[in-house]
Design a binder for this molecule. Sequence first.
Ligand code: SF4
Length: 465
Amino acid sequence: MEHKKLKLLLINPANQRRKGLRMRILSTYPPLNLAIIAGLTPEHWEIKILDENFDAFEFETADLVGFTSFTSTASRAYELSEIYRKHGIKTVMGGIHASMLPDEALQYVDSVVVGEAESIWYKVISDFEANTLQKKYKGELVELGGKPMPRHDLLSKEYLFSAIQTTRGCPMQCDFCSVSTFNGCQYRLRPISEVLDELEQLPTKLVFFCDDNIIGYGKKSQERAIELFKGMVDRGIKIDWTGQVSLNFADNEEVLKWAARSGCRMVLIGIESEKTEQLKETGKKLNLNMGVDAYAEVFRKIHRYGISILGAFIFGMDTDSKQALYDRSNYILKSSVDAWQTTILTPLPGTGLYNRMKSENRILFTNYPEDWSRYDFSEPVIVPGMMTNSELADSMRDIWTKLYNRKTVRKQFRRSLWNLRNLKFAMWGYISNYNYYCLTFEEKIRSGDPRYSHWLVSEKAAGKH
Ligand code: SF4
């Protein structure tokens, strides 16, 4: 007689502060970590992923419910967990936020997985089955080879991109980033053949490499990146991909050549600032070593291979005056980056920045967990160093309107077309900027301006949000 399978429901929560609008950005990426957990779960479990990026939450029963969350979605995860616990269903939470603040999470969930789950998930499952679920499990930093394939088939079909990871860890330890705390300082590599096998099975032709830096650091990791890209070409894997890199992406033209041949269309580069003093402040060592004067040449080299650049910039650092914010936005428009991600400096738990802000008593919103939903890089949550927080908020609204409006976005598209000499490649930057234009537009709707109120829909009508 076949036994009835146990049911694991995995939930990707969405920030409720950002809900209720008609529009939704195009480039949200799937929760790969839930697909990894699903892949690690034994076969006698039935698994479902409920993804609030696309699905409206509706209670459904399960034997065990698992959550992941970023800091900005943690309060929603807790809220949903309480619903399940009231029904007597055990909940477990992992991911970056719960790993950084396990004791907070344990007030709302039954069990927390701290760190990477691969080494410990089997124990969570077997303890649950034996009715001995523990409160905390500590995952080790493991070798990345020989692990089960992530269950991409369980992720929402509405994602345009598939996500894949080929490396973990970062030695740089920037002040504002929790990657080194979560994934360790050692740059760990997945065997290339396993990455290629997974690439061949992805459900979409658009792929996001979610490594924090797919090129890594040093000659050995450059050679490995070339081998990976060549492998994609040799196996005839035809995808268009984007990923995250550092300025050292342009150090070796072979890397650029093979990245482009394997389908690289756009890279996100953490530029953060065009001035040395902010790079020093944030501990952005790689950019500092290269020097701000080298940026233009790096951009030129990357463009030569038809790859667009999405430059990530931070605003509101301690050494940023109000004028410096406008200087940065002017720099962005004059530089040859094709698209820009412009965020407000936000202290995330597990970072040096958070600890410093806390000890200096400069964190503005501490009504946790509700206030974590504000920590999404779009509003000031700390007292800035050289202005008031409302001056920072007002300046950023002004700057976002300046950077993300139809005229600027179209003008940039024409410049990208000139730099890249290819319509398809230039579209990547255009679409990225257009997404941010939509987000800026959403902010206008949220501001209560009656000119935009017709875009607001009720929570019920939002259904899909
Ligand atoms: S910001 Fe990038 S380079 Fe800095 S620690 Fe994080 S992942 Fe590493």
